[in-house]
Write a protein that binds this ligand. Sequence first.
Ligand code: SF4
Ligand code: SF4
Length: 443
Amino acid sequence: MGVFHGEREWVYPKDVTGRYHRLHRGTAFLLHIWLLLGPWLNFQGRPLFRFELGTRRIYAFGGIFTAHDGVLIMLSALLAAVALFFFTSLLGRLWCGFGCPQSVFIINWVLPLERLIEGDRAERVRRDKKGVRTSTTARKAVKFIAFALIALLVSGSFMGFFVDPRLLWTGGATTGNYGVLAFFTVLWFVDFVWFREQLCIYLCPYARFQSVLMDEDTLTVAYDMNRGEPRKKGKLTSGEDHCVDCNRCVVVCPTGIDIRDGFQLECWSCGRCADACVDVMDRFDLPSLVSYQTEADLAGRPTRWVRGRTLVYAGAFTALLALFAASLAFRAPFEATVNRAPGTLYVVDDEGFVKNTFLVHIINTSADEHTFTINVAGIEGAEVTAPVTTIESTDEAIIPLVVRASPDSASMRTMPIVVTVLRDNKAVEVPVTFKTNAQDGGL
Ligand code: SF4
Ligand code: SF4
């Protein structure tokens, strides 16, 4: 056995064309548009979508979210999870076959490049079995360089959702950023060269728990045993529709499984085996033996698209979506908290007036710079000293607030007051207490 064969059970998927192959091309095109162009797009002068870890900001479609939007961030993560449950219960592993970067890159980069550089399945198997030869090694070297460049491209594009790509691709990012870029490039390179379908089989958590989300009414890629068995090698006679055991559905599979063995964890639901069987069965003017079906379809029962689990997931999704929309609609334009300044509770000045000092913490959560003013209500005639402050978008400031009350109005030891922080026509009111020496008998 040649060194390129090795201990690893290599899969040599054969090229295939057909309806699902074209669908792969379409979804891969859209995903690549988003991956390659998304990080460069701006909206209202800000990134269209970016997680900026340094400033702990998330830019998303015109909005800016900070750590103070934890509820919204948690709700969006829950929404994504429940949406995945819902679609998996209905459509099975379509995400794996058509949306996951792992399968998208393997089907659209790795396999075509491998075919271009090393030839189709039979040639690749033959070359690898022969082991180290100059032409094979040279082709492998060219392939590895191509994989390294693709790994760099996809890693850099992905990092553009975290770091400004204009800085990243022009040498202006930090050393740490380039370290992370190098790390992800190496990971993708090893994945393209060696790990491939093993990642789905041994590491992917979604592959493991998706069987819990699916049932006999979930769409999967399935082989019709009723029509296909017993297999009959060779030509069909008129009226028969057996599997001709041509193995086409097996050799095109990127995970190297035989769909005729039934549902398997390794199956991506990519439909390449269905394309292959369509091609074979077309010659006999028969429908494919492999297709997207539910177990119920195959058993001759109607598929129940509306059932308990889909209703539960749909209900949870709708409730979370409503909660998310309400949280977004009622999101405070800014946040304000008021704390007493460390030190004494109050100070009595030379004129006998009582002064309390507070610290007002304002976070401007909006997408624009704003000016904030502070008012105080609750003590008649109290003097309020607090600078008018302009705060940049998503920035924050701590503003000293001094409330000074005359001996006549500061008549109780503890007096409730309300600090109002104003921005344009929006206000946040914070109740606090004003402390005096009234009970000490000094007033
Ligand atoms: S069995 Fe068919 S659908 Fe499943 S991974 Fe292989 S080719 Fe794709
Ligand atoms: S491609 Fe179709 S006919 Fe050929 S082995 Fe697979 S199921 Fe049978």
